[in-house]
Design a protein around this ligand. Structure first.
Ligand SMILES: Cc1cc2nc3c(=O)[nH]c(=O)nc-3n(C[C@H](O)[C@H](O)[C@H](O)COP(=O)(O)OP(=O)(O)OC[C@H]3O[C@@H](n4cnc5c(N)ncnc54)[C@H](O)[C@@H]3O)c2cc1C
Length: 415
């Protein structure tokens, strides 16, 4: 049994790898546990924004060339399209490119980077329970490991999150259902009928819940087609407003048909929940901090999660480092845990949370306007501010009324 970790990280996706990379590079003994072994599949559109590239450079020392050679980067483009009810509404050219990666290769590269910095891999270790007060993780095989602090980064279906005592109803209320498939491009049943050179966002498609949207992205092996939507919004916000709506899988097949996919019923579907406006107010308890999807840290308008996973993983690690350095005596665990939680909350309050508050307002404003006035408000909004909108997504502007950013992501990381 491996003993003597300062910090245990549960989950080796972008959040867990970022946390482990920051901590291990500062000399802490970090165990990085995941139920899978990399490379592993993760359902995802694989779109990276400019702020993600900044974070990758700052935290992992990775640049575009690394992503191309080892991180599954297969496409980049500055173009984007907005569609409403199947018709192109508007298109734009962003000042900075959108990049597309294959998640299996990308996550494996982040994992390798964290290990290169000294994190100890614990692959094939599925966490079954976390005791936040004791600082332990118990694995499915029955073994229990302890550490002074724990970072829970085990994704949207987090097991570790249970130790924080989350209000399940509120959590589920902000959880979107998401379905995504990758289709080969060409003619024939189950194929996507055209090339996809740039990302497309689809709103107002028949039956797609209005508290959600669809996308078509370039994929490494074809076209990635997906939808996400708040399931509680299915009856409340869908077109008909009627109860007993079609199941989400049927809605997805309607969407495929609208996009021109023949025999959509022949396409095998894959789904995964997406936190969509349910970032936890207190993502910590005892010796535990939650990062990434486990804490609900996904941006509530576009559903971007990779950047926020990396950012909150790094924030959690920064909070831990501050706690160890300010807590002084390592045996003063209550002091260390208290400082880590306070520092983490402070970092989130200064960076991620204000952005989420404003993106959430924008989202409900747009959904409300679309419900009552159709495509016109979206069209007006997107056409009036195409440049600032893209800058907002890339992290150059704030979601707060599209104001220029006055702070840099990553500036708060220890040098
Ligand atoms: C359909 C879909 C499309 C998306 N498209 C995009 C996109 O284009 N761009 C974008 O930025 N975001 C996108 N997202 C969001 C993004 O995928 C997530 O926000 C991001 O992966 C979160 O990273 P994470 O590290 O928190 O969790 P994850 O990436 O989910 O990693 C969690 C890790 O924990 C492990 N794990 C889980 N349970 C346990 C356990 N019990 N014990 C041990 N290990 C465990 C898993 O194996 C996994 O490696 C999309 C999400 C979905 C569902």
């Amino acid at each position: 049994m491996v003993k003597g970790f300062d910090v245990l990280v549960a989950g080796a996706g972008p959040a867990g790898c970022a946390a482990a990379a920051v901590l291990a590079s500062r000399g802490l003994r970090v165990g990085l546990a995941d139920r899978a072994a990399h490379p592993r599949f993760k359902l995802c559109g694989g779109l990276l924004t400019a702020k993600t590239m900044q974070a990758l450079a700052r935290i992992f020392g990775l640049g575009e060339a690394d992503l191309v050679s080892r991180g599954g980067l297969f496409h980049k483009t500055n173009n984007y399209f907005f569609h409403h009810a199947g018709r192109e509404l508007t298109r734009g050219v962003a000042a900075e490119p959108f990049r597309f990666i294959d998640r299996a290769a990308f996550d494996a590269l982040l994992h390798a980077s964290a290990l290169a910095r000294g994190a100890v891999p614990l692959p094939g270790r599925e966490v079954a329970a976390c005791d936040a007060a004791a600082g332990t993780l118990t694995f499915r095989d029955g073994e229990t490991l302890s550490a002074q602090l724990i970072i829970g980064a085990d994704g949207a279906n987090s097991v570790v999150r249970r130790a924080v005592g989350v209000d399940k109803t509120a959590w589920r209320g902000g959880l979107a259902a998401a379905i995504e498939v990758e289709l080969p491009v060409g003619g024939g049943p189950g194929w996507f009928p055209r090339e996809v050179p740039a990302p497309e966002l689809h709103v107002g498609a028949p039956n797609v819940p209005m508290a959600g949207y669809g996308w078509v992205f370039p994929g490494p092996r074809g076209a990635k087609v997906g939808i996400c939507g708040l399931t509680r919004g299915l009856s409340r916000l869908s077109r008909s407003g009627a109860r007993g709506e079609r199941p989400f899988s049927a809605i997805f097949r309607d969407y495929l048909a609208m996009l021109g996919v023949e025999r959509p019923e022949s396409v095998p579907l894959r789904g995964h929940p997406l936190p969509y406006g349910n970032a936890l107010a207190r993502p910590y308890a005892g010796r535990l901090l939650l990062a990434g999807d486990a804490g609900g840290f996904v941006e509530p308008l576009f559903g971007e999660g990779i950047f926020y996973a990396i950012a909150t993983g790094a924030h959690a690690a920064t909070a831990v480092l501050r706690a160890f350095s300010r807590g002084g005596n390592a045996s003063d665990v209550v002091g260390i845990a208290g400082i880590a939680a306070r520092e983490y909350q402070g970092l989130l309050d200064r960076t991620v949370r204000p952005e989420f508050v404003w993106s959430n307002r924008l989202r409900w404003g747009l959904f409300f306007a679309m419900r009552h006035f159709g495509a016109a408000p979206i069209k007006g909004f997107v056409r009036a501010a195409p440049g600032p909108l893209a800058e907002m997504v890339h992290g150059r502007r704030s979601f707060r009324l599209l104001r220029p950013k006055t702070w840099e992501w990553g500036a708060e990381l220890p040098g």
